[in-house]
Design a protein around this ligand. Structure first.
Ligand code: MN
Length: 297
């Protein structure tokens, strides 16, 4: 008997600064906080991928571009093998870069798949406008077909995900991204569904339920991305790019639980918690409790 809506835990210990600055330790930290045991879920360990080249590639503007391509191929293969045997993975990052390999695997194994993208940031920079060059600034754009060859065409002709199948929930950096010259998804990909943190916070449970129902209808299956920086900096300070104006824990659980419960959910990734900023492990425990709360059936 299944006690959760997902079936297998897998870690992706990557940090796209290429400097092992902390988020690559997230899978180990959540395991130490009892994640697999609390979920009663088998744990297949970490995929053998890493990002260890901190140099920003001049051609693409992306840090460690070749390493990002290699890691994405490894994630595509590892997640693809799980999907091929019917698993519904809980993928613990790492940084948001892992979505590229995941969507390549989804396209290989299942075809068209929707995306509920719960994130404090739009992640729609390109290699030139990103202040950092981190691909975790850019993965939503790359998924949508905007970015360098080698990534946008990872699993065939772009895009990896159709913009009309993507719901972006909880972002609050649109003004900053515009100031820095990032492409604006409301202009570049007008079919994409965009809901700010402010909009989500008005009625998180209703938003989550409505998005889940829409994606379950079309395209009929979806992936859930959960970047924990959707939480406010005061309730989760153990992240690298803190921002005010985010959700609290109860609002996030209310938003995500309906999305985590429908049979159309193929898998979930959770990213961006940095254990080196959480010496007592307090936030690791809170993240484990959040995942239990949203995934238990
Ligand atoms: Mn993100």
């Amino acid at each position: 008997m299944t006690l959760t809506s997902l079936t297998t835990l897998v870690g992706v210990p990557i940090d796209c600064t290429g400097r092992a600055a902390g988020v690559e330790r997230m899978p180990a930290a959540l395991r130490a906080a009892g994640l697999a045991r609390r979920l009663g879920m088998p744990d297949v360990g970490d995929l053998p991928v890493t990002l260890d080249d901190p140099r920003r590639d001049p051609a693409t503007g992306i840090i460690g571009f070749e390493a990002v391509c290699a890691a994405s191929a490894g994630i595509r293969a590892g997640v693809g093998a799980l999907l091929a045997r019917g698993e519904r993975p809980l993928v613990v990052g790492g940084c948001c870069t892992l979505l590229l390999g995941i969507f390549a695997a989804l396209r290989d194994q299942l075809g068209r798949t929707g995306l509920a993208f719960v994130d404090g940031h739009l992640d729609f920079y390109d290699g030139q406008t990103s202040p950092t060059g981190e691909p975790a600034d850019m993965e939503l754009a790359i998924l949508s077909g905007l970015g360098p060859a080698g990534l946008v065409d990872l699993a065939g002709p772009p895009p990896l995900a159709a913009s009309s199948d993507i719901f972006v929930l909880g972002y609050r950096d649109a003004e900053q991204a515009a100031q820095e010259g990032a492409p604006d998804p409301s202009i570049v990909t007008p079919e994409m569904h965009l809901l700010t943190a402010q909009a989500v916070r008005q009625a998180p449970a209703q938003v989550g339920a409505q998005v889940a129902e829409k994606l379950a209808l079309t395209p009929g299956r979806y992936w859930l991305h959960l970047d924990l920086d959707v939480l406010d900096e005061t309730v989760l300070p153990a992240i690298d790019y803190p921002m005010p104006g985010g959700l609290n824990w109860a609002e996030l659980a209310a938003l995500v639980r309906p999305l985590a419960q429908l049979p159309a959910l193929i898998g979930l990734d959770v990213t961006i918690y940095n254990p080196t900023l959480d010496s007592g492990g307090q936030y690791a425990s809170q993240i484990v409790e959040l995942l239990v709360e949203i995934l238990k059936t």
